[in-house]
Design a protein around this ligand. Structure first.
Ligand code: SF4
Length: 306
């Protein structure tokens, strides 16, 4: 199913990206998760409970303008980072609390802790997962920075194992693999791997010009990568630079809404949602539900397609 009429936008699922932490065990050169670490909300379980309660009261139980405007039927909290699984039991607690409050749940992870044995996901706690994976080649992953301090790196076999385990413990989970196309993997062929893994979606992203210039690729190079993997029956979804700068509903590690500034570099932030409430916080980022709906529609097309 595809949604195409932006006038009567009907988005089935509203997604709130909560970037729980900036901390990550990897150090990708293109990473833009650099908010500074103090006062991350996850340090207090009470603050997590408060935030999820406020979000549930407003977006699920309440009747905000956004609900009327885009007619969403469910709300998903997407736990992102940094690497959210680095938070261990706090991540699990947040996941379960979100479920209890009626949210759907998803997470974006580098996969490392899925197979390290240190983190056990409770059964059926995740509706969707995005695993970032940039290369089948260990040397390339090291060059990109997809490695921890001990030199460990999540490889193809780990990815296969993780997806098998997730299918067993998370009934009906939707899977997504994210690949950031950059100068070090632009010539790599992922067709066989993706065909074997059969994720619901393989999201191919053009590296953003935030970090290391040596990783940048041109639009032509990115397009060639996409073309090479097209027409093979793979579930390829592309996201260009311009699409990535569109706004989504996002919460930072300190518990504030933030979004791109219109036509400017950088972000604007609300007050802490726990202190001022969802409605006021949304107004502080000049949140416009109609603009959001039309922008959001691009992503919703992906969501309803998987
Ligand atoms: S795995 Fe993700 S959060 Fe961690 S450094 Fe890489 S891009 Fe950043």
């Amino acid at each position: 199913m595809k949604l195409i009429n932006t006038e009567n936008a009907c988005v089935k699922e509203l997604v709130i990206n909560w970037h729980m932490t900036e901390v990550c065990n990897y150090s990708c050169k293109y990473c833009f998760a650099k908010w500074g670490r103090p006062n991350e909300l996850h340090r207090s379980e009470q603050d997590i409970i408060k935030l999820l309660d406020k979000l549930a009261d407003y977006f699920i139980k309440g009747t905000p303008t956004l609900k009327k405007d885009i007619g969403y039927e469910s709300v998903r909290i997407n736990f992102a980072g940094g690497e959210p699984m680095m938070l261990g039991n706090t991540f699990i607690t947040a996941l379960m609390l979100a479920k209890q409050r009626g949210f759907k749940t998803s997470t974006i992870t580098n996969g490392h802790y899925l197979i390290s044995g240190k983190l056990v996901l409770p059964k059926n706690s995740l509706d969707m997962i995005g695993i970032s994976f940039d290369s089948q080649n260990l040397k390339t992953r090291h060059q990109i920075g997809r490695t921890d301090r001990k030199g460990n790196s999540f490889g193809s076999d780990d990815l296969k194992q993780a997806l098998v385990m997730l299918a067993q413990s998370q009934k009906g989970i939707k899977t997504k693999i994210n690949t950031v196309v950059n100068n070090l993997n632009v010539d790599e062929n992922f067709a066989e791997l993706i065909d074997e893994l059969k994720p619901n979606k393989w999201k191919v992203l053009h590296v953003m010009p935030y970090g290391d210039d040596e990783l940048l690729v041109s639009k032509e190079q990115f397009d060639r990568f996409v073309k090479r993997h097209s027409g093979l029956g793979l579930p390829v979804f592309t996201e260009s630079n311009s699409a990535m700068t569109e706004s989504y509903l996002m919460i930072n590690p300190q518990g504030c809404f933030y979004q791109n500034k219109a036509n400017k570099v950088g972000y604007e932030y609300s007050e802490n949602i726990n202190l001022c409430g969802v409605e006021k916080a949304l107004s502080q980022i000049e949140f416009n539900p109609r603009t959001f709906a039309s922008r959001y529609l691009k992503e919703s097309i992906d969501i309803v397609t998987i």
